[in-house]
Every structure is written in C-alpha cells, then in structure tokens.
Design a protein around this ligand. Sequence first.
Ligand code: GUN
Length: 292
Amino acid sequence: MQILDGKIVSQSVKEKIKEKTILFKNAGNKTPHLAAILIGNNGASETYVASKVKNCEEVGFTSSLIRFEENIEEAALTAAIEKLNNDEDVDGILVQLPLPKQINEEKIINLISPDKDVDGFHPMSIGKMVQGLPTFIPATPYGILLMLEHYKIETAGKHAVVIGRSNIVGRPISILLSRNAYPGNCTVTVCHSRTKNLKEICLQADIIVAALGIPEFLKADMVKENAVVVDVGITRVADVTKKSGFAIKGDVDFVNVAPKCSYITPVPGGVGLMTIAALLMNTFSACENKYK
Ligand code: GUN
C-alpha cells in the first residue's frame, strides 16, 4: 500500500507555479491576482479561505479577501462581484460556498465572469469541460487528476466508482475520469444516495472516489484488494482530545481500508491540499490567458 501524499504533490505543483510566476513577471507581465469572497463565520470556510490566501502569497500571487456578514443582501454581493469582474487587476474570483440561505447560489455563480471563474463552477466552464475544451476545471477534481498523474497511476480501462454527485466534486470527476485523456479513459459508475447495491458496485471498482461527506462511510468490506481509493471527505467531528475541539474525518474508514489498497489518500494531507494547488494553477492560467 502506498500513500498518495498531498503534501509532497501539492508542494511540487506549488514550486512549479512559483518558478513560472517569477519567469512570467520577469517577462514584464502582471502579478496573478486572486480575489476571494467569504461570507459569515463558518469555521471550515474561514480555514479554507485563509489557506487559499496564504498559498497565493507563497507562490508570489496577489490576493484580496473580501468579507461580508452572514446577513448580507444579495444585491450587495452581486455589486461586489460586478466590481471584481470589471477590475482589470483581478484575474480570478472565488466565492466560498456554501452561501447563506437568502442568497441564490446559482445566480451568484452565473454572475462571475467566465474568464475569471477559477473555481470552474460557471455553466460555461462546466459545458466546456464536458466537451473536452480548454477551460477551468473545478479545483478538487483537478487536484485529484494532478495526484493520479504524479504517481503515474494507470487509469485507462479501469472501472472507477464515484460516490457522490455534487457539482463541486462527484459530477465533474466522473466526467473527467471518462474522457479520452490521461488521467481518464475509465469506465465510470456514479453512485449516490438512491443507489442500490452500493457495496457490490464498490467491490467491482479499480478506483473509488469517495465524495459524499459522511465520515468513514467506505468500509473495508466494500473495497476489493489493490483498489486505488481517493478520499474527498473533510468533515469536522467533535473530539475533546484536540485543542480545536474537533478532528477532520474523511469519507473512508482509513485504518481498515488502507491495508487492502494499492494506493490511498489520507485525510488530512491528501486531496484537500491538492484542491488549493489546483486553484493556484487555474489562477495562473486566468492571468496568462489575458496575454493570449
Ligand atoms: N466549498 C467547498 N469546496 C469549495 C470550492 O472548491 N470552492 C468554493 N468556492 N467553495 C467551496
């Protein structure tokens, strides 16, 4: 069993971005700039956005963090996005999800300029991704592809089972793994809350992507020997032994599943770190595209 180490791979991706950014700036181009919008005080969202901003600084990007109260009106948020859309210095815009209930998430996602849609959530980005055209790929699925590529994991002809059908992870990774490319060329089965015989389907999988958000859902008796397991879960679970008061749990029962796997991602230290590296890749591309 080999660990797919998000620390090593994300560090290697970030080093490459850092070098590319130096060359890019030395050639007289602007500094890539990511603007992040964070609404309310959701602890997990605060941590993710803080990490995204910190990582921008690490690779030599500019970042802006725009914060709003939980009770912000939709009009104020749309005005902020329009301002960022029109700001020539801003290359990438991300609005951290989930949004408060008074805000229409679909409307907000649609409002972000597709040229600055570094999260890859805009219907234009998704449409292009489905057609295999160059575009921004959502950061978590993109991070998973970078991880599979780094470890040269064979995917062609493999049966990949994706558990979860969210717009952020399950749906896009299922499309990406089926495309005619590397990583890809898998036969993909998408499972969800209404799937019957989930265990039997998982037992047929060469690659399992667990992205349903239920801690330790995937058990050892659902995984065949030598499977590749990618754990996308990052749920906070109360834990009095931790200073923070919580532990981060993945969707995989790691202790019991890992011994059966050929490769497995840990939580934390796996896909989460790759998500940020992929977001930086998209932000660099958004900036570079301005010169094309
Ligand atoms: N919330 C959970 N994952 C993500 C992500 O990748 N991007 C944004 N904007 N919000 C999220």
